[in-house]
Write a protein that binds this ligand. Structure first.
Ligand code: IPE
Ligand code: IPE
Ligand code: MG
Length: 267
């Protein structure tokens, strides 16, 4: 049997296990492990980044077809500037090339694309390509794709705090009007809701300054698979795992012996 057939069979098997009524609306992904994937194969790290782009294209399609409404992916962190200049340059060039090449297809698929992070340090050409892609797709309603570049969760929280402090200083709001809702309204990510599921590839068990506010109650799925090897089968596995979670939000949902507990508290 060819490898294609094996993975097609596995996709069908996994799809059958998915509860179509409990698909996460918003999935966040830390696409990690590009460099290690390439190095293991004796290739330059850039090969991993190139392959990673194709994986992202597939996962956008797969998640949209499954019924997700938004995908937020981590493409470049505020800390990634500390990498060798050659790698940073490669990544910035890759972003420009890929957006330019893919934007028509993204638009055709009624996907709204949004870039989250401080874009000002990027080359003018990249900033222009980003702005144009956002403008072109801004009215698309089928799916939201947030790409976090030069993004840091802490930086975003500080930015919002500064903005609210200024509004208060100017008398536009009272300090005690600041609450979760107001704070959230200033965050850049406008998803249907906070991500229900965070996927991180390559086995690292950390958040690396991603979506610190929005991940407060996300389910976290970590796979050892490096991002260039991630695919539909792995995505479906993550969704199945997510659907097995008991999301309590601090409560005590799904106690099997609930009536027993009730009588304990009332005695
Ligand atoms: C993720 O893969 C992509 C970016 C951070 C741009 P890495 O480049 O971090 O790959 P590893 O983790 O070093 O293998
Ligand atoms: C997080 O991965 C950032 C992106 C995937 C863009 P890193 O590879 O930068 O994170 P650390 O250094 O392992 O924490
Ligand atoms: Mg990494």
């Amino acid at each position: 049997m060819r490898l294609d057939n094996i993975s097609a069979n596995e996709t069908i098997k996994l799809s059958n296990k998915i509860d179509k009524l409990r698909i996460p609306e918003h999935v966040a992904i830390i696409m990690d492990g590009n460099g290690r994937w390439a190095t293991k194969k004796g290739l330059p790290r850039s090969f991993g980044h190139n392959k990673g782009v194709n994986v992202l294209k597939d996962i956008i399609k797969v998640s949209k077809n499954l019924g997700c409404k938004a995908l937020t992916v981590y493409a470049f962190s505020t800390e990634n500037w500390s990498r060798p200049a050659k790698e940073v340059d490669f990544l910035l060039n890759l972003f420009e090339k890929v957006i330019t090449k893919e934007i028509d297809q993204i638009h055709k698929n009624l996907i709204k694309i949004s870039f989250i992070g401080d874009l000002t340090p990027f080359p003018d050409k990249l900033q222009l390509v980003i702005k144009n892609s956002e403008n072109l797709t801004k009215n698309n309603k089928d799916f939201l794709l947030n790409i976090c570049i030069n993004y840091g969760g802490r930086q975003e929280i500080v930015r919002v705090a500064k903005k609210l402090a200024l509004k208060s200083f100017l008398g536009e709001i009272e300090p005690n009007e600041v609450n979760e809702e107001l704070f959230e309204s200033e965050l850049s990510i406008k998803g249907p809701k906070d991500p229900e599921l965070l996927i991180r590839t390559s086995g690292e068990k950390r958040i690396s300054n991603f979506l610190l506010w929005q991940l407060a109650y996300s389910e976290i799925y970590i796979t050892d698979i490096c991002w260039p090897d991630f695919n539909e089968v792995e995505f479906l596995k993550a969704i199945i795992d997510y659907q097995s979670r008991n999301r309590r939000f601090g409560g005590i949902k799904s106690l099997s012996n609930e009536s027993l507990e009730d009588s304990y508290y009332s005695s």
